[in-house]
Design a protein. Sequence first.
Lengths: 411, 91
Amino acid sequence: MKPMYKLTVILQVIYWLIWPTLYAGAQDSTATVDSALLDRITALEKQAAYKKPGEEHFMVAGLATFGFASNRTTTTFNGVKSVSKTSNLGDGDHYEFSPLFLWRHGNKFLLEFEPSFADGQVGVNWADISYFVTSGLIIRGGYLVLPFGTYSKRLAAGWIDKLATDPIGVTDLPPTSDYGVEVEGGIQAGIMKWSYDIALSNGLQLLPDGTIQSAGITDNNKNKTLTARIGWLPLANSSLELGASIMTGKVGDAGSAFEAARASFYALDINYVENVKPFQVNIKGQYNIADINHNNFVNPIDSTSTYTFNNHTTSGFIQASIRPSFSPNKVFKNFELAGRYGNFTTPARSMWGAKQNAFTIGLNYWLTWRTVVKLTYETINSTNTTNKDLGGNTGETIKSNSFYLQFAIQL
Amino acid sequence: MKYKNNHLFITISAILFLGAIMTTIEGCAVSAKITAKTGVQLWSENCQRCHNTPPPNTFSPEQWETIGLHMQSRALLTDIERNKIIDFLQQ
């Protein structure tokens, strides 16, 4: 046997003798590595699964406003003048903390709930369920913000409003939220866009003095109130929106002397935003009319008799603001100047009749896109037009000057 | 209808009439100019109608889905507009 051949045979014998040991070791090593890797992969998969978005999603947004308000009111009646002054922390017209809870089920259902702590009271702004049926059709039910004008539904939030105060009379005419159902949507046509928003709700309740309030969750009659708004955006860049709204329904308690009374509200609104570089110009306005066709009300002095007045109310505002949003200066671009004129006229010869005009100016500084500090000055001139025969201070004038420092943030 | 509200009805009727005329002229089909709009363009045009435009890093992609539905019902956006805006904000 040749030496080389002998060496080969010996090596083969040695290999086959130790092979089982080598194989087992190799197997053990592979098993150890694979097991560690598998554990790691499993852990990563589990981590990824935790982060994987599910069908259901919950988040909290909302808003908060806080500030300081100082007011000087001069009242003149029959030649006698009186002055009162107030200053309040936590006002800023007004302190508000409103978290907004949003639950989303897939991309079809959205549940919204916004409780609010404002004016020292806890309330609910809205609590509703929306079903996104298809493009251009959303169905909603619950406690809704009614589609009357645009201010209450889109512009009232402190971090959106350019001034610290609400426009006079606009948020009170008519009440903004109610229990009901709503359909809405946006439809593109050519370069233009239309939007519609229609709600059917419990409606309003006429009180013996001729004022109205929300009927609440238990309707005061069988009639339901219809509220609808049509919006038209005629320009391709959606910079201009014109809107028209109507709200109509019976407001008298069933079985009462007011049973047939009907309230009809109308509104026109405008929204125009244009970038005239380096500025952004913003114009907003809304005009409301309220008519109640019942004109005989309980005499507050003698409840067995009635008195009459034309129950017709109007309110409106026009607001302009300008901001150098496109300025290269990082400080200057955050300033915004705003001004507003408002008018609120309640029925003459009623117990709450008045003619009011409001002028408001403001300077804002935007800390972030949703955080703002506002300096606002507002003067309101009011003339009393109540019924003199019923003890009203007819002809009384009230001049109110207010200064606000407000901080507003979106949560 | 009471006489005192005639001016309001004339204004509303005029807006609706003008809108109807322009819709007839333009046609109901969505124009190419509109369909070509990008998410960033729609984000800029629609958000600033009411408030400042939010930067994409404000919310997580999943939160933007929820915000998208909320804002669709406020601004009355179409599904296409919402999806394009959300796609942009999720980047």
